[in-house]
Design a protein around this ligand. Structure first.
Ligand SMILES: Cc1ncc(C[n+]2csc(CCOP(=O)(O)OP(=O)(O)O)c2C)c(N)n1
Ligand SMILES: [Mg+2]
Length: 892
């Protein structure tokens, strides 16, 4: 090892004076022998202090030696039947492998992973046999996604999945197949947590554990017995989400949380840290974040070697070995390991001199050793006041031999040839004939075999099977009547307010409802004041597991910053990913806890679908029910904030999520109608959908709800009124959503007074809802050619040839969602391009979505239809001072 290698974990510079080093080491050992460990630690601390004082050390080393954290003498006796568990694990391994191989023998395109579960089988089985509690109040386990075949293999033995389901792994379309990764949407009775997109599992697990505490502290549910486990990959830990919330878990003392990171040292393409040591790096990271770290690096076979290694040569050799080399050693045989690991140092060579190559080969990594794993899991479960991470060192593709074990290409291996299948069978002593092995057939021991009885007994002792998911809550929530919380909006009588103010007022009122109030979970990411929610601080309190250990600066004020153990508001700080994770924990509580809740997360709409869109996609997969409120929405309505804040796209992104129902209401009464509808759908009818509502901070006169339009508001479009003579030929239809509806109304006025053109005005509360229904009906008509074609709401309401101009504060793609269903000329105006800071009026002029540009677009449409002279456009440009030489907004 040279000093030129990449600095960091695994670095071990050449010792310039070994004799002097030895003297230091011997005197330290002598001190500890005579004065005890405490004395040794004291001296080390003093040395560190001195080193810092004289400037040779800037910080302390934040990781420990490369060995198991739990010493042999602390390991405790093994409480299970090792032989049976090993046999069961071999069977799981086999069935998981057979599932992938069979699918890919039939259809090479299906894919799947063998090597990941092969490396984590012992980790999973330790959990399943001893720790993961099942049943209604069981533990919550976040499974590494591409180890799903192992979870299916177990469910097969448990009698929860059939052989034909296993045979349909990754073939879901025509029958009860098994999905690739954990997807509650696709297997709603089985998977609880979607983890397929790396990083989402870890952050969701942390906030789930935190949410368990929230429920407990608020007196909503006793969750004290529930533990949250997450099995993740070492490569996955590079995802910012995976590690972004570690400090929260430590800060809030989440000892109900354990991560097990399967450190097989590899990810998809190659080693996670070829030139370093991922385990040491993760130890430093987790320990630094305040976690309890347990390393499980070496199997029991090493114990005897460690006992004889008085000079700690093994630890030195481990420290010198980088992960790329560990992987290579893992792929090779005992003789290679002897030559390239042990014989690098005469002392370590001597340690294994008496061992055969086969015995060296059999020195396992800790993550494949039930005894070591069990000790670590038990220690994690018993540990108090901190979350625990178990760093388990394994081999990727363990047991796959030349077909994958520690191989660079292990992750991609999906097929095994005949010899590899036979070798796997032999290595794990599976009772399969050659024909059954090469088929390959699934294997299930007889129901009355010792293995099956053991498996069932263990699950019984742990309260039932896992994973298992509840579809509906047993007691749905009742939604209060709107006059209890939204009267001011329904009968607004022209009062001025913004839709943000309106929604906050409705939520504040709902919070006071006896039944629903306590079940509302308001969530903010450090923007409560922005949205006028500061009064909630005192009204419901900010959740803090520690209460409030200080007198707030504003104590005594009506808006004072009150933290409380029973606080209801989740004030997440500046982490949209964290806030979204809290939202999903609350939004799936109907299933996870049989306790329906109504989470309302209000945030800067730009930092939602765009910033944490993948977390929202996962929430949709998880069948979340709740409200996402995209506040300060729209690219021109949020005046001064500029390019990174002004949202012109979230409605397009929301439209891509099948069970997301998104609305861009203009008026407070629209909002009230949608809020009520959403609550009924999610809480009373228990529909697995969630609502995205954009709300704005522009204050304007709010009309009262006209009679009879509630259903159309929900469908996405209603006629608000008209301007001018009903019978004029030169007539347009103006559609607007959100605050831009008001520009459409103003444009109708101008068209009438300045050009004598009549118009109909429509409020489009949701282009995505309109499009969703229209495409459903389009398809229905296509598939039922005998029947008279049915018309969708948008086709009915906007029938005929009168030109249509639609304007929103979003990009044109949003209103264009309805274009295919219209027979009239359709013009969409929108805010395509980068935002910038200025006044609303200036921005609307810039993006050409103000009343003048709407008039111009209407005249253009009418001229193209031959209904007016084109010269009117020139008049319009001149009259309103429109600069035709301006570059297109999306080019500047
Ligand atoms: C966000 C995201 N990026 C990429 C992938 C594709 N992917 C799936 S598994 C994998 C490698 C995982 O390595 P690691 O976390 O170390 O798990 P191992 O299989 O080694 O246990 C990758 C890149 C993904 N699923 N999600
Ligand atoms: Mg890995």
């Amino acid at each position: 090892m040279t000093a030129q290698m990449h600095p960091g974990f695994g670095e071990h510079p050449v010792d310039p004076d070994p004799a002097e080093s030895l003297e230091w080491r011997e005197s330290f050992e002598a001190v500890v022998r005579d004065g005890g460990a405490q004395r040794g630690i004291f001296l080390l601390r003093k040395l560190q202090e001195t080193a810092r004082e004289i400037g040779v050390l800037s910080s302390t080393q934040s990781y420990s030696a490369y060995r198991n954290t739990i010493a042999l003498e602390k390991q405790g006796p093994y409480p299970g039947d090792l032989a049976l568990e090993e046999r069961l694990t071999s069977i799981m391994r086999w069935n998981a492998l057979a599932m992938v191989v069979r699918a890919n023998m039939a259809y090479g395109e299906l894919g799947g992973h063998i090597a990941s579960y092969a490396s984590s089988a012992e980790i999973f089985e330790t959990g399943f046999n001893h720790f993961f509690r099942g049943g209604e109040e069981g533990d919550l386990v976040y499974y590494q996604p591409h180890s799903a075949p192992g979870v299916y293999a177990r469910a097969f033995l448990e009698g929860r999945l059939t052989e034909s389901q296993l045979a349909r792994y990754r073939q879901e379309v025509d029958g009860p197949g098994l999905c690739s990764y954990p997807h509650p949407w696709l297997m709603p009775d089985f998977w609880q947590f979607p983890t397929g997109s790396m990083g989402i599992g870890p952050i969701n697990a942390i906030y789930q554990a935190r949410f368990m505490r929230y429920l407990e502290h608020r007196g909503l549910k006793d969750t004290s017995a529930r533990h949250v486990w997450g099995v993740f990959g070492d490569g996955e830990m590079d995802e910012p989400e995976a590690i972004g919330a570690l400090t929260l878990a430590a800060r809030e003392g989440l000892d109900n949380l354990t991560f097990i990171v399967n450190c097989n040292l590899q990810r998809l393409d190659g080693p996670v840290r070829g030139n370093g040591q991922i385990i040491q790096e993760l130890e430093a990271l987790f320990a630094g974040a305040g976690w309890n770290v347990i390393k499980v690096l070496w199997g029991s076979e090493w114990d005897a070697l460690f006992a004889r290694d008085k000079s700690h040569v093994l630890l030195r050799r481990f420290a010198e070995t980088v992960d790329g080399e560990y992987q290579n050693l893992g792929a090779k045989d005992g003789d290679y390991n002897r030559a390239n690991f042990f014989q690098k140092d005469p002392q370590s060579a001597a340690l294994v001199a008496h061992m055969s190559d086969a015995e060296i080969n059999a020195l396992k990594r800790g993550g494949h050793d039930f005894r070591k794993l069990h000790a670590a899991f038990a220690a994690a479960r018993a540990h108090e006041r901190q979350p625990t991470v178990i760093l388990a060192k394994t081999k990727k593709g363990y047991g796959m031999g030349g077909a994958g074990e520690s191989r660079m290409t292990a992750h991609q291996a999906k097929k095994l040839d005949v010899d590899a299948l036979l070798a796997f069978r032999d290595r794990f002593a599976l009772p399969l004939s050659d024909a059954d092995t090469t088929a390959p057939r699934f294997y299930k021991p007889a129901e009355d075999s010792a293995e099956m009885e053991y498996l069932r007994a263990r699950r019984n002792a742990l309260g039932g099977f896992t994973p298992a998911r509840r579809r509906r809550s047993s007691t749905p929530l009742t939604v209060p009547a709107p006059n209890n919380y939204a009267q001011f909006a329904l009968q607004a009588d022209g009062k001025e307010m913004s839709t943000t103010m309106a929604v906050v007022r409705m939520i504040s009122a709902l919070l006071k409802d006896r039944g629903l109030g306590p079940r509302i979970v308001p969530i903010v990411a450090d923007e409560a004041r922005t949205f006028g929610m500061a009064s909630l601080f005192r009204q419901i309190g900010i959740y803090s597991p520690f209460g409030q250990h200080y007198e707030p600066e504003d104590a005594g004020s009506l808006l004072c910053y009150k933290e409380a153990r029973s606080g209801q508001l989740l004030e997440e700080g500046i982490t949209e990913a964290g806030a979204l994770s809290s939202w999903v924990a609350a939004a799936t509580s109907y299933s996870v806890n049989d306790l329906p809740l109504l989470p309302v997360y209000i945030y800067y709409s730009m930092f939602g679908f765009q910033r944490v869109g993948d977390l929202i996609w996962a929430a949709a997969d998880q069948r979340a029910r709740g409200f996402l409120l995209g506040a300060t929405a729209g690219r021109t309505t949020l005046g001064g904030e500029g390019l990174q804040h002004q949202d012109g796209g979230s409605h397009v992104a929301a439209a891509l999520i099948p069970n997301c129902r998104a609305y861009d209401p203009a008026f407070a009464y629209e909002l009230a109608v949608i809020l009520e509808h959403g609550m009924r759908r999610m809480l009373e009818e228990q529909k697995d959908e969630f609502f995205y509502l954009t709300v704005m901070n522009e204050s304007y006169a709010q009309p009262s709800l006209p009679p009879g339009i509630e259903a159309d508001i929900i469908k996405g479009l209603y006629r608000l009124g008209g301007k001018g003579d009903e019978t004029t030929a030169a007539r347009v239809r103006l559609l607007g959503s959100g605050t831009l509806l008001r520009e459409a109304i103003a444009a109708a006025e101008l068209l009438h007074t300045d050009f004598g053109i009549a118009s109909d005005i429509y409020s489009a509360t949701s282009f995505s809802e309109l499009a969703k229904e229209a495409r459903t009906i389009e398809r229905q008509n296509r598939l039922d050619p005998q029947a008279e074609p049915v018309k969708s709401h948008v086709e009915t309401l906007l029938a005929g040839p009168v030109p249509i101009v639609a304007v929103t504060d979003y990009v044109r793609a949003y209103p264009q969602l309805i274009a295919p269903y219209l027979s009239a000329r359709f013009t969409a105006l929108g805010t395509d391009g980068f935002g910038r800071s200025d006044t609303r009026a200036a921005l609307r002029r810039f993006f050409e979505v103000d009343r003048h540009h709407i008039v111009l677009a209407a005249l253009d449409a009418l001229a193209r239809e031959g209904l007016i002279e084109r010269t009117l456009l020139k008049d319009c440009i001149a009259r309103y001072g429109i600069d035709p030489t301006c570059p297109a907004p999306w080019t500047c």
